[in-house]
Design a protein around this ligand. Structure first.
Ligand SMILES: [Zn+2]
Length: 458
């Protein structure tokens, strides 16, 4: 792609110090969740900027009763403010642009102050830099460049910068979806990494089994019913089901990092036993045992089927004297976008045109609030952010982004809003279909790079 003498890209690049100033302002407002402080402050700051750029912008506050009823989290306090901005550019189609404004607590491991913004060795360090305020700063620079050049974006823009993503389960984005504020033809999620284009995610349900026995003196244990020992059979039944479940594969390709680690090419469902609680003393037969876990469903699975197969597995594993109660709670749904959708291919092509890496459309094993929104709106979607999975330390000490990546992301946004088609998506898609990434030189570094498990970041 010929990037020489591109007015928009040149102007965006010349505004790098402006982008860094905006990012410094954003990270200096510590929107730490929990508790979710300073939401009003950051939203008011953004309303000012968006208004100056010619967008209509408002503070959308989640009503207290809805917030309390859906979040049930005593750690949270303060007004649930969210930014909603809109630009009518007279286009036929509308693009929804989303990310979140809250950040996780600073925690340990910082070599510079987490809420100031420090530039060092070509990087910008601060809590929330990668996850995900850099994308907001990049978007604002792009909008300011577009305005200076008197351009009209190729889409009307419906912008949702919401809060409580890091705590869930009912984030500002969920409220926007329920309130009809996310209308548009396509959905770009700026939360995520620059390593790939996320087009799918697993759904999650959490489950609980309460086994009831009869507590007794352990010396005459045969006169009681040991709920802990009874639960072993149930857990073995679940482990047999786990093996069967985890053989399944989604049509959605998985993260190259996971491929590199365990050779699995596509997103897979999982069933986990994660908690057990029973017993008060070595010489007392436990009368109750509670086992808990989760089940991640791939987009091709239904929650109902996942639930009934657990129930069937428990029924056939339980001994004659085993009394138990199975319950569950359904969380974010699974979603996936068609990697061949013209808009998804366009985003992918633009991202690849600007990157020296091989960006692939992949699904994540994790579950995100974006799924709640897309499940309602049904829009073609993808997630692409600024940070890097193996460098940015999202949720850890010394969170950072490469300043190059920040500029690259502003340009990515510029080309997307200008309506460029991009050039490299066809090549990329064939690569992904063949699942032979090592044939493409550019991919080698990416597929071999040691990276943290992406699930640990989400
Ligand atoms: Zn995030």
């Amino acid at each position: 792609m010929n990037m020489v003498n591109d007015d928009l890209l040149d102007l965006i690049e010349s505004k790098t110090s402006e982008t860094l100033r905006t990012l410094t302002d954003l990270v200096s407002i510590p929107t730490v969740a929990p508790p979710g402080d300073n939401y009003v402050r950051i939203v008011e700051y953004l309303i000012q900027i968006f208004s100056n750029l010619g967008l209509s912008a408002e503070n959308v506050i989640i009503p207290d009763d809805i917030f309390k009823q859906r979040m049930k989290n005593p750690q949270l306090r303060g007004t649930r403010a969210n930014l909603h901005a809109y630009l009518d550019s007279g286009a036929d189609e509308t693009l929804v642009i989303y990310t979140h404004l809250d950040v996780v607590p600073a925690g340990e491991g910082w070599t510079s102050p987490p809420f100031e913004g420090t530039i060092r060795d070509g990087r910008f360090y601060a809590r929330g830099s990668a996850d995900s305020k850099a994308a907001v700063a990049a978007l604002l620079t792009t909008l300011s460049a577009i305005r200076e050049l008197d351009m009209k974006p190729a889409y009307n823009l419906n912008i949702a910068l919401t809060t409580d993503e890091e705590v869930g389960p009912y984030s500002g984005l969920c409220y926007f979806a329920d309130s009809g504020l996310l209308s548009g033809d396509y959905f770009l999620c700026m939360d995520g990494e620059s390593d790939d284009l996320l087009i799918g995610m697993n759904g999650i349900l959490t489950w609980r089994i309460d086994v009831t026995g009869r507590a007794y003196h352990s010396g005459s244990s045969f006169l009681g019913i040991n709920a802990l020992e009874k639960s072993v059979a149930l857990m073995n039944g679940l482990l047999r089901l786990k093996e069967e479940v985890e053989e399944r594969r989604s049509m959605t390709p998985g993260s190259p990092v996971i491929f590199e680690k365990i050779g699995v090419t596509h997103v897979k469902p999982v069933l986990n036993i994660t908690m057990i609680e029973s017993g008060i003393k070595e010489n007392v037969i436990p009368g109750t045992c509670t086992i808990k876990g989760d089940r991640r469903v791939i987009p091709e699975e239904a929650f109902d089927d996942a639930i009934s197969e657990i129930e069937t597995a428990l029924k056939s594993a339980a001994g004659p004297e085993t009394a138990y109660d199975f319950s569950y709670e359904i969380g974010y749904p699974p979603i996936s976008a068609d990697p061949d959708h013209p808009w998804v291919r366009q985003v992918l092509a633009i991202a690849n045109d600007l990157s020296d890496r091989n960006i692939l459309p992949v699904g994540t094993q994790g579950s995100l609030d974006v799924a709640y929104a897309i499940n309602i709106t049904g829009q073609p979607f993808c997630c692409h952010g600024v940070g890097r999975l193996d460098e940015s330390s999202a949720h850890a000490g010394d969170e950072n982004i490469r300043i190059d990546d920040l500029v690259r992301y502003s340009k990515f946004m510029g080309l997307l809003l200008r309506g460029d088609r991009g050039q490299r998506s066809q090549i990329k898609h064939e690569t992904i279909s063949a699942r032979s990434p090592l044939t493409e030189d550019a991919a080698v570094g990416r597929w071999c790079a040691p990276s943290p498990d992406p699930a640990s970041l989400r």
